[in-house]
Design a binder for this molecule. Structure first.
Ligand code: ZN
Length: 434
């Protein structure tokens, strides 16, 4: 890594929220991004950045585009190999596709190979930060942290804890879950770019003593995150009153145990009540919206408009393997398409898509001071997108009349073949040589 470097390329970022600010998307057609020691010193038009910092080595990336690194706020590492299980409902898919593969993570060698391929896939798609469901097995979850640490990605993950409803080999006594989680927190939380997230699989699979263990972990360690699922399918939601008769709704289960708030990301929320939306907003609990997964499992169309109107923070997640792959650009496109067919859908224009895959994710996982856009002082987490010369994206971009048009084309057509270089804190974590 060069200590001081000026990247010259068209730039996009969203320092403010485009759901509230029409001018949130910042574009520089001939942009300059000055990086020193892995941090952004300045971003803007190339000429003005260069004039303010003369003599700095320039890396010429014209011909491509630079965006902040993508943040995937919901993805399961053990499910890498079961992508593509189409045509099932959530609970059927869990039983017959997802959980058998989750059980294979008891084999440490198998889990280690999966973890390494998973982390590679994140980087190859431009994802620099991910909130990741670990495994039900402690050694497998450790393998994920090791792989992420070696690759240099920002990964927030944790042991998935459950003591009922799944398969016996995936169940763990609450005391054992506490012991194993504590050991993983001590080893990995705050090590390099790694953070720990307390991870009950979902309310159906966690007894009250297990949820109490989750609360204990939060009380015992500073800075932990929380991730779990909520309101994903109607059949799942129907089970909640049977298991938690005292709870008025799904969110109330997590609230009872102190598992909501600014450190928490809840995946899906396809079927919330108005009361739940109000409480999510007032408590600053974020939602990971996973449109590909919602469609693939037939769970419904995410009520984005209601979330935004209520003031709930929403980011995007790929939900590998219920979803359809690792690409956050593709996930953005899927979100856009679903909103097009929603009865009260929001127009997810390129500004909103850019925000959803970058800054919104940084806010959801509590890292907005560090990453998410190109404001001075932030870490230089970035993706260099440049399509292959013979691609349809290259053809479309060659006739683009504006930066916004180009960004729409990138969301529509850019896959991993267009992700040329990815950096975290200025360090190259993925590079394609051509
Ligand atoms: Zn999930």
């Amino acid at each position: 890594m060069t200590a001081v470097e000026l990247l010259r390329a068209p730039l996009f970022h969203t320092p403010s929220n485009p759901f509230h600010d029409d001018r949130a998307l910042v574009c520089h057609e001939d942009g300059g991004l000055l990086i020193r020691g892995g941090r952004i010193v300045a971003s803007g038009d190339f000429a003005s950045v260069r004039d303010a910092h003369p003599g700095v080595a320039v890396t010429d990336w014209r011909g491509g585009f630079v965006l902040p690194g993508f943040v995937d706020t919901h993805v399961h590492f053990p499910q890498l190999r079961i992508l593509g299980g189409l045509g099932r409902t959530l609970l059927d898919w869990l039983e017959h596709v997802a959980l058998p593969e989750e059980a294979r993570m008891a084999d440490v060698a198998y889990a280690t190979g999966t973890a390494r391929r998973f982390v590679h896939a994140l980087g190859a798609h431009g994802t620099t930060t991910a909130l990741v469901f670990g495994s039900h097995f402690s050694p497998a979850t450790a393998a994920l942290f090791e792989a992420a640490g070696d690759a240099g990605l920002r990964v927030i993950s944790g042991l998935v804890v459950s003591d009922r409803y799944l398969r016996p080999e995936l169940h763990q006594a609450p005391a054992d879950a506490h012991r194993d989680s504590t050991e993983l927190v001590r080893r990995y939380h705050g090590r390099g770019r790694l953070l720990y997230a307390v991870t009950p699989r979902f309310a159906l699979s966690a007894s009250e003593p297990m949820l109490e263990i989750c609360a204990s972990l939060l009380a015992e360690h500073d800075g932990l995150r929380v991730q779990t699922h909520i309101n994903e399918s109607l059949a799942e939601i129907a089970e909640v009153p049977r298991l938690f008769p005292w709870a008025d709704d799904y969110l109330a289960v997590y609230e009872r145990f102190g598992l909501t708030g600014a450190r928490t990301v809840l995946a899906h929320d396809v079927h919330p009540t108005d009361s739940e939306l109000e409480r999510l907003a007032s408590g600053h609990t974020s939602i990971a919206h996973c449109p590909s997964s919602n469609a693939a499992l037939g769970n419904g169309i995410f009520p984005l408009h209601r979330h935004i109107d209520a003031g709930v923070g929403v980011a995007l997640g790929t939900d590998v393997g219920g979803g359809t792959g690792f690409g956050m650009l593709k996930e953005g496109l899927q979100a856009h398409l679903m909103q097009r067919v929603a009865a009260d859908g929001l127009n997810l224009d390129p500004a909103r898509l850019c925000y959803l895959v970058t800054k919104a994710g940084a806010e959801a996982v509590g890292l907005a001071d560090e990453i998410g856009d190109f404001q001075p002082g932030k870490a230089a987490d970035l993706v260099y997108v440049r399509p292959p010369a013979d691609s349809s994206l290259a053809e479309v971009l060659s006739r683009s009349q504006s930066m916004v048009e180009s960004l729409a084309a990138i969301f529509t057509l850019a896959g991993p073949e267009s992700v040329r270089e990815v950096r975290v804190a200025g360090e190259v974590v993925h590079r394609v040589l051509h």
